[in-house]
Design a protein around this ligand. Structure first.
Ligand code: PAF
Length: 275
């Protein structure tokens, strides 16, 4: 992989990477489009990374279809796929981790305590393999995106990070490889997640001083009424992932909720008008 990237660079081409865990959908395709707009060569990495799954999570049953992914990447103009085996990425005696320690504490980390350590470690390794000039990630994983930008800054990776907007189905459901797990009924019920996010944003736009705890309770009630089980609902400063203050520029409203056994995450960003 490094030889391929170095050869591209020697010929004056820039390289963008789109890291994925495969089972690609239109959201990933939009990341490839953004990568193509920002570099000459797009490399898609496809690797279901074992170290970011907890012991009782869906690593074994995470959907995989490399042949379909390959076709989709080719049709969309990605020039290379890097799809390593786990044993190539992690030698049996591998004992080094990359860990961000501030943004990785709340939200998803509360129920997935080792998740972000796995993400930062694998993404650092993928960066070292692909040697990209540009890396494109999705805003749907808002916490992941912030953590990875922090990692790139803190560890001086010479990479320009681009965070691309969430891509939604026509009815508002955020695209995710995990949507495949939802039954038809759960799929309809799960629309409450994006509905509650939009309602909260609309309320804060009209009433910037609205009580945030009350708003979160209303969101939780809507999700629970639709049969969802709330993991977390947060309204935070979008840059620090801390409680908003008078100085906060943008707010992140974020939800993680289970429909059946499927955990979905979604979020919206908004300018903060509060004093
Ligand atoms: O967002 C994902 O699909 C994964 O967390 C990533 C960034 C590819 C690391 O495995």
């Amino acid at each position: 992989m490094q030889r391929y990237s170095l050869a591209q660079k020697r010929q004056g081409r820039t390289v963008a990477v789109v890291p994925t865990m495969g089972f690609l959908h239109e959201g990933h395709m939009s990341l490839i489009d953004t990568a193509r707009e920002n570099a000459d060569v797009v490399v898609v990495t496809i690797f279901v990374n074992p170290t970011q799954f907890g012991p009782n999570e869906d690593f074994d049953k995470y959907p995989r279809d490399l042949e379909r992914d390959r076709r989709m990447c080719e049709e969309r103009g990605a020039l290379a796929i890097f799809a390593p085996e786990a044993r190539e990425m992690y030698p049996a005696d591998s004992s080094t981790w990359v860990q961000e320690e501030k943004l990785s504490r709340g939200m998803c980390a509360k129920t997935r305590p080792t998740h972000f350590r796995g993400v930062t470690t694998v993404v650092a390794k993928l960066f070292n393999a692909v040697l990209p000039d540009v890396a494109v990630f999705g805003q749907k994983d808002a916490q992941q995106a912030l953590i990875l930008c922090r990692m790139v800054r803190d560890l001086n990776f010479p990479i320009r990070m681009i965070i691309a907007p969430i891509v939604r189905e026509a009815d508002g459901l955020a695209m995710s490889s995990r949507n495949k797990y939802l039954s038809a009924e759960e799929r309809v019920n799960a629309l409450s997640v994006s509905r509650s996010l939009n309602a909260a944003r609309a309320r804060l736009e009209v009433f910037p001083g609205a009580d945030l705890d009350g708003l979160k309770q209303e969101m939780a009630a809507e999700i629970q009424f639709s049969g969802g089980r709330v993991d977390y609902i947060e309204i935070l400063d979008a840059a620090t992932l801390e409680e908003p203050t008078g100085d906060s520029g943008r707010l992140l409203i974020a939800v993680a909720a289970y429909y059946g056994a499927t955990r979905l995450i979604d979020n919206v960003l908004m300018e903060k008008k509060r004093k």
